[in-house]
Write a protein that binds this ligand. Structure first.
Ligand code: NAD
Ligand code: TYD
Length: 339
């Protein structure tokens, strides 16, 4: 089987490629990624040494380029991770989010229609459901929760989900969608909460917590997400949406404190900064459907996953130090300079 993974030079896509190469060495794995600021070819170094892996530097919005790859490689399954993924950037520059996340999805699905496919899988997010109030811990996102987005990022992801549903209903494209909660683990770009706090703490820099730090996210170790997607593409039902999450809700402030403690850094590094515009309060997934239908359960407890993640950042300093010494310096100054 040939599996085409888009966005495979980013955080979750690269973890998924390594998961496939380990768990399904009989499959061919193709990666399509245009290497935006968030894509890093060095992340795929070990994959590039495998004979059953190939990398294509192509933008998913480039219809001709995408069709050429489909024509030549005839993938059986497409898993679309490629996206602009950072909420703060979407607040600054929404347009690229609409281009990649919506129009790029359309190009990929058109290619699937033209060349034929066993499955098109859209990697979506729990952020399409909007947020939940802090004072209703009994509420969770199910697959039936209405879409109700807050940021240009989540609106673009929800739009893509609607388009995927439309291609299934109108053209009979064999699709599935997964909506996962916040991931953490190796190769997480250091603009996101957990890797940013680890990198700043290691450099004794202020730890910028938005607002009061009361916001809650439902954290899942990235390998558990990869296993969920692998199950969905092989055993999931066409046309269905699966929520993925491990009931691991944590306040931002508690995560940052935990990182300080694990690294032996003082909590006095924590600095409260101006809140994100339209900041979602709480995300919480009900994963009953994927558990009942596909037997999926998360395997990594947060206490273990966060230690493994911190160790990975300690052991792989060159990976993130290269990133934070380049263009990232300007990004950081723009986003945090006057906050
Ligand atoms: P990421 O930003 O780390 O990686 C995105 C990758 O996509 C990069 O390699 C980038 O170069 C590539 N890319 C961007 N635009 C492209 C384009 N036009 N053509 C080709 N490649 C392009 O993102 P991530 O955190 O790994 O997220 C991957 C997917 O998972 C996204 O669709 C995101 O919405 C979804 N998701 C992420 C999380 C999370 O916690 N990070 C949770 C749920 C869902
Ligand atoms: P993030 O990692 O950007 O993921 P998302 O917004 O997609 O959930 O942010 C996670 C939470 O951490 C979110 O509530 C915003 C907050 N946050 C901070 O407090 N400080 C920061 O510097 C960043 C990047 C995020």
């Amino acid at each position: 089987m040939t599996i085409l993974v888009t966005g495979g030079a980013g955080f979750i896509g690269s973890n998924f490629i390594y998961y496939l190469l380990k768990e399904h060495p009989e499959d061919r794995v193709l990666c399509v990624d245009c290497l935006t600021y968030a894509g890093n070819l060095s992340t795929l170094k070990e994959a590039l040494e495998k004979p059953n892996f190939r990398f294509f530097k192509t933008n998913i919005c480039d219809r001709e380029g995408v069709y050429e790859i489909f024509e030549a490689e005839k993938p059986d399954i497409v898993v679309n991770f490629a996206a602009e993924s950072h909420v703060d950037r979407s607040i600054e520059t929404p347009e690229i989010f609409l281009q990649t996340n919506i129009l790029g999805t359309q190009v990929l699905m058109d290619a699937c229609r033209k060349y034929g496919i066993q499955r098109y899988h859209q990697v979506s997010t729990d952020e399409v459901y909007g947020d939940l109030p802090l004072d209703r811990p009994d509420l969770f996102f199910t697959e039936k929760t209405p879409l109700h987005t807050s940021s240009p990022y989540s609106a673009s992801k929800a739009s893509a989900d609607l388009l995927v549903g439309a291609y299934h209903r109108t053209y009979g494209l064999p699709v599935t969608i997964s909506r996962c909660s916040n991931n953490y683990g190796p190769y997480h770009f250091p603009e996101k909460l957990i890797p940013l706090m680890i990198a700043n703490a290691l450099n004794d820099k202020p730890l910028p917590v938005y607002g009061t730090g009361e916001n809650v996210r439902d954290w899942l170790y990235v390998e558990d997400h990869c296993r969920a997607i692998d199950l969905i593409i092989r055993k999931g039902t066409e046309g269905e949406v699966y929520n993925v999450g491990g009931h691991n809700e944590m306040k931002n402030l508690d995560i940052v404190k935990l990182i300080c403690d694990a690294l032996g850094k003082p909590q006095s590094l924590i600095t409260f900064v101006t809140d994100r515009k339209g900041h979602d309060m709480r995300y919480a997934i009900d994963p009953t459907k994927i558990h009942n239908e596909l037997g999926w359960l998360p395997e990594t407890k947060f206490a273990d996953g966060i230690q493994k993640t911190i160790k990975w950042y300690l052991d792989n300093k060159p990976w993130w130090e290269t990133i934070i010494s380049g263009e990232y310096v300007h990004y950081y100054e723009k986003m945090y300079g006057n906050r």
